[in-house]
Every structure is written in structure tokens, then in C-alpha cells.
Design a protein around this ligand. Sequence first.
Ligand SMILES: [Zn+2]
Length: 280
Amino acid sequence: MYFGAHVSIRNGFLEAAKIARSLGGRSFQYFPKNPRSLAIKTMDRRDAEACAAYCREHGLKSIAHTPYPTNLAVDAGDRRHIVVMSLLNDLDIADACGSVGVVVHFGIYKGGDPLDGYKNIVGTLNEVLSRWSGSALLLIENQSGEHARMGMTFEELVGVRNLCVKPQSVGFCFDTCHAYASGLWNGADWEEVQKKGESLGYFEHLKAIHLNDSVYPHKSYKDRHANIGKGEIGEEPFRRFLASRYVRNIPAVLETPVAAGYGHAQEIIELHRLTGEGKR
Ligand SMILES: [Zn+2]
């Protein structure tokens, strides 16, 4: 299993990978740049390449996460251009760090016709993909429905990927909290959820997982992460989810709260307990 956690790049990419390993993880997620801005970052390429080498040496897998203001559903024009340039910058950094890809939320559209929102998402993705030739993937994440009731079903995720000019550069990131809050997964029906995703062609492109329990109930459409087994989803649904073969070989990272005495190192041990693996 490639369990891990979201880690800070305050001291650089190599240091982030070292922190991830010190937590007992085999994967991690990081923000390639300031998470509150779409401003282009000039990366320290030597640091990024040192991170990639360290990950190869220690068998670590990583994913990057786009800054919060990244919205694929923006209308064409100046604002979309800023999003596109930021995404290309994120992909470039992720590639240099040896990461699987860049996680990006499905998108938030507040206009009147939802079809325009989907067209915008595909349009933004295509602008990025037509200019990207690296190996890092764009990983579209399912949403909770908190800001817009979009991106909550396998149909939408697979549909958008299929409309992309270079679908081979697009994969998926499955967030367990969002899946629960949006109604995609009720905690007791993982087997059916998996069958549905398989029939739609979702799981063959699943490349990363966000492991989060949910503070709010099923179909609450609220995005508040809780520690695994300590939220509304609870232990047993995670036990069944983690037994899925689709979770085995891809980065599965925690985006959960850290408290004194219960940090990500403890929570990774807890994940191993739930999978019956012991500490590793
Ligand atoms: Zn997430």
C-alpha cells in the first residue's frame, strides 16, 4: 500500500519527501506552489530533481495538488488563461519532482446553464493538454457538491475525460470524503460503487486517492475532512474500501486534521491496522 499524507514544501521538495518518509508513508501530496495564488513559480529545478531521485531510491510515490483558486469551469478569456498557465506550471513542477500527476478539482460553475460549465471544463483542460507533453498527468478529483453540484458522479468524470483532446494525459483522484458527502458512496455499498465505476471505465484511470473521513453525513454536500474512522464514514466502510484492488498500487494520501498526540504518522499506522497489515 502507498499510504501517505499531505506535506509542506516550506523547506523545499526534497525536504517534503523526507518528511513523508519520516511519517512512515510510502507516498505524499504537496502544493507545488503557494496554494492561495495562481502566480507562476520559478522552481528550483535541482531541488525538484533531488526530490525525484530520493523518491526513486526509497520507493515513494507523490502527487501535487493545484492551488485553491484553480477552477476548470471558468469562461474562456483572460481568467481562463491564468488558470491554464498555472496548471502548466504545476505540471512542470510535478514532472520535475517525479510525481504521478497534479490533482485538480472538477470545477465550480455558477452560471445558469450547467452544460456551459461542462463545456468550460473541457475547454480549459484542452488548452492545457494541447500544450503539455510531459509525463505528469492531470488527475481530476470528484467533488462533495459544496460549492456547485457538479463532478459528483463517475458519469461526469469519465464523460469529461472522454471529451479531452489527450485523454491519455488525464486520470482520476478519488476523494473518499467527497464521495460520501456527495452521495456517490454511502459507506455500505462499496462493492456496487466499484462495479459501477468499472462498467463506466473509471477505475482503469484511477491514479490517486485522498483518504479522508467526513465530519458531515452522507449526502450533506459538505466538504469537511475528519480523521479516518473518526467521522461519519467510520472504520468498517474504510476497511472494505481499503481492501479494494484499486487502492493497492497508487498513492493514497491523508488530508486529515493533525492534532497534538495524533499526527499523520499515527494515522498511517491506523490505516495499516485497518488493512490488517500491521505497521508495514
Ligand atoms: Zn481531496
